[in-house]
Design a protein around this ligand. Structure first.
Ligand code: F6P
Length: 321
């Protein structure tokens, strides 16, 4: 009987997840596996929602946003009972190896299954770029480019009306989308959870300074983890007299065709995950570090602390004057 490999996507979806699924399926078949797709993350393993995949199951998906496997955050799987049920189901259909595409929570799930005897490898797929062991997560580039396009549009109307626009971009604990989008859109101010801020010094004074040199419209980019964009917009309007609007970009950032970078990264990471499993190595997470695809022990990876790029933040501040 051929060895069986399963693949699932879990947590928030991210553009490029399909490209990763495609790579896992194709590399798996190339290595002699039978490949099974699992629907809706770990809950698919609990409820037995799986299907056989072949080379053609993943045709025409490299360019598609979302995930053909669907995704979910399973509460049942967080219990030991749920994890045992999922592992037993894997064994019942002969699955010995599993690739989990998602974020930190998904890697905790992958580790739990490994502890139940299933060989698992994680691939970082989340738009937030908040996986400490990896310089890059699948979906980040697409999300930033979407956010940039949206802020560019907001900027047009802010310019026409001599307004200030406060824009919230995604990122619960991580300000990377805000930082890079803010730089790319020439924001006056960028507020991220990693850098403490003072509204007077970091927003109002900057608007006044720029206004004094002739600038008439302003963009303030705020990470979701900072939040409060409606209140901030009112505060800016009251303090400066400049008409101000707030926009929350939201889930538009999670959709759309993945960029070249996300497709290539997803492909390289997917193939690497299968290589490890084929060698019988599990409980690892694939990462992109210093320009190379590498891997870490899941526990080690989860214990790492993410380092915010303060230098890039300082660069942004230096030019937003
Ligand atoms: O982790 C990705 C992310 O898009 C975060 O930026 C955001 O906070 C969260 O997921 C929203 O998740 P959902 O609306 O799917 O629960």
């Amino acid at each position: 009987m051929a060895k069986k490999l399963a693949v699932l996507t879990s947590g928030g979806d991210a553009p490029g997840m399909n490209a990763a699924v495609r790579a896992v399926v194709r590399a798996g078949i190339y290595k002699g596996y039978e490949v099974v797709g699992v629907r809706r993350g770990f809950s698919g393993l609990i409820y037995g929602d799986v299907f056989d995949m072949n080379l053609r199951s993943v045709s025409d998906i490299i360019n598609r946003g979302g995930t053909i496997l669907y995704t979910a955050r399973s509460k049942t799987f967080m219990t030991l009972e749920g994890q045992k049920k999922a592992a037993d189901f894997c064994r019942s259909i002969g699955v010995e190896a599993l690739v989990v595409i998602g974020g930190d929570g998904s890697f905790r799930g992958a580790r739990a299954l490994y502890n139940q005897g299933i060989c698992t490898v994680g691939i970082p797929g989340t738009i937030d770029n908040d996986i400490a062991c990896s310089d890059y997560t699948i979906g980040f580039d697409t999300a930033m480019n979407t956010a940039m396009e949206m802020v560019d549009k907001i900027r047009d109307t802010a310019q026409s009306h001599d307004r200030c626009s406060v824009v919230e971009v995604m990122g619960r604990h991580c300000g990377d989308i805000a930082l890079e989008t803010g730089i790319a859109c020439g924001a006056t101010s960028i507020l991220v959870p990693e850098v403490p801020y003072n509204i007077e010094d970091d927003v109002i004074t900057k608007i006044y300074d720029q206004k004094s040199t002739g600038k008439k419209h302003f963009i303030v980019v705020v990470a979701e983890g900072v939040g409060g964009v409606e209140d901030l917009a009112k505060y800016i309007e009251n303090r400066t007299g400049i008409e101000t609007r707030a926009t929350i970009l939201g889930h538009v950032q999670r959709g759309g065709a993945p960029t070249l970078r996300d497709r290539v990264m997803a492909t390289a990471m997917g193939v690497e995950a299968v290589e490890l499993l084929a060698e019988g190595i599990g409980n690892r997470v694939i990462a992109y570090k210093d320009g190379k695809i590498v891997n870490f022990d899941i526990t080690e990876a989860l214990e790492m602390t993410r380092i915010f790029d303060k230098h890039l933040y300082d660069v942004a501040m230096e030019v937003s004057i």
